[in-house]
Design a protein around this ligand. Structure first.
Ligand SMILES: Cc1ncc(COP(=O)(O)O)c(C=O)c1O
Length: 349
């Protein structure tokens, strides 16, 4: 028997795990599919489940081809290395995952120079800043090759008009474009558009199967046939060529088919949680656009409040600035129970 999903957080001693949408456990349906997945050696191109997932995802997202890899960090890095040669440069936001949270992989492993620019409060990078950062073709400078955007970024959705304008503007200057779409499906659901409408502005995109969608492992890089052919070499170089990983691919394909629309539920839970936390009158909560909310806790109570949450088995990240993330394994009753517990802290204060 598998533990039932949606009714507990995996660990029965936890009220709810809001640390990230990466903490979800595979549902019984996913585990059953994994147990019977047809497999082969994917480095030889023999895994039918991976081949099927790659063509399914490419078609769904409006690209010619796709490449399955173990993580979003790896699909982003493969994407950057496929676009940029040693000594090239990519323009990226200061807050972007590829720049800030991936161990500096583009610079360390790809010899790609990042040109980080400030993100605006809405998560975008001002187009005038992007254009001003493109370097002239002069031997003093790295060659500016690529713009990388992220959507959603810190739970914020980039407006469609901005994405089109930014990508069009850099294409006119000869740059390529990459989207870190680890949470692209959250953006699509929040905007009420098909996921491929967001992805199609970019030359390449990475999407994650193991965040809001709830597969245990996996990410896909999307691009045209030549790009993905070149990317396959980098995946091997980086150690991402897996063998009988069809057991993972069937989970990925299942969640692409069944877990996209339900993200609306996570967004609703985030709003409900935000209202509940704000109703304490003490916590300052950003209004969530998707499944991520940030909570400012007054400095003088931050350590005590964090310890209280921990002791009550409500898991979050951060102390004075907390991040709460809703996902497949967080139900409405988890949200309501968590609000009750939080309110008790302030009522008792
Ligand atoms: C926006 C974004 N991009 C990429 C990644 C990397 O994904 P992974 O954890 O699969 O390497 C993450 C992970 O949290 C992320 O939030």
């Amino acid at each position: 028997m598998y533990p039932t999903q949606q009714s507990d957080s995996g660990d029965l001693n936890v009220v709810a795990d809001f640390r990230s949408d990466t903490v979800t456990r595979p549902t019984p349906e996913i585990r059953a599919l994994m147990a019977t997945a047809p497999v082969g050696d994917d480095v030889f191109g023999d895994d039918p489940s991976i081949n099927h997932l790659e063509s399914f995802a490419a078609e769904m997202m409006g690209f010619e081809a796709a490449l399955f890899a173990p993580s979003g960090t790896q699909t982003n890095l493969i994407g950057l290395m496929t676009h940029c040669q040693r000594g090239d440069e990519y323009i990226v936001g200061q807050e972007a995952h590829t720049y800030k949270y991936e161990g500096g992989g583009a610079a360390v492993l790809g010899s790609i120079q990042p040109q980080p620019l400030n993100n605006q409060p809405d998560g975008s990078i001002a187009i005038k800043d992007i254009l001003a950062a493109i370097k002239p073709d002069d031997c003093h400078f790295a060659k500016t090759r690529l713009l990388a955007l992220e959507n959603t970024i810190g739970g914020r959705v980039l407006p469609m008009s901005y994405v089109k304008e930014a990508t069009d503007a850099v294409k006119q200057r000869g740059l390529a474009t990459h989207l870190d779409g680890a949470r692209l499906f959250n953006a699509a659901v929040a905007l009420g558009v098909e996921p491929h409408h967001i992805a199609r502005s970019f030359d390449s995109a990475s999407i994650c199967l193991s965040k809001g969608l709830g597969a245990p492992v996996g990410s896909l890089l999307l691009g045209n046939k030549d790009f993905i052919k070149a990317a396959r070499r980098y995946r091997k170089m980086l150690g991402g060529g897996m063998r009988q990983a069809g057991v993972l691919a069937v989970a990925g394909e299942y969640v692409l088919k069944h877990h996209v629309e339900r993200l609306a539920e996570d967004h609703y839970h985030a709003k409900r949680l935000a209202e509940g936390l704000a109703s304490t009158g003490v916590l300052k909560v950003t209004e969530p656009q998707t499944n991520i909310l940030f909570v400012e806790v007054p400095q003088e109570i931050a350590t005590e409040f964090a310890a209280y949450l921990q002791q009550q088995r409500i898991l979050v990240t951060g102390t004075t600035l907390q991040r709460w993330v809703t996902h497949l394994d967080v139900t409405r009753s988890h949200v309501d129970e968590s609000i009750r517990i939080v309110r008790r802290f302030f009522e008792g204060a």
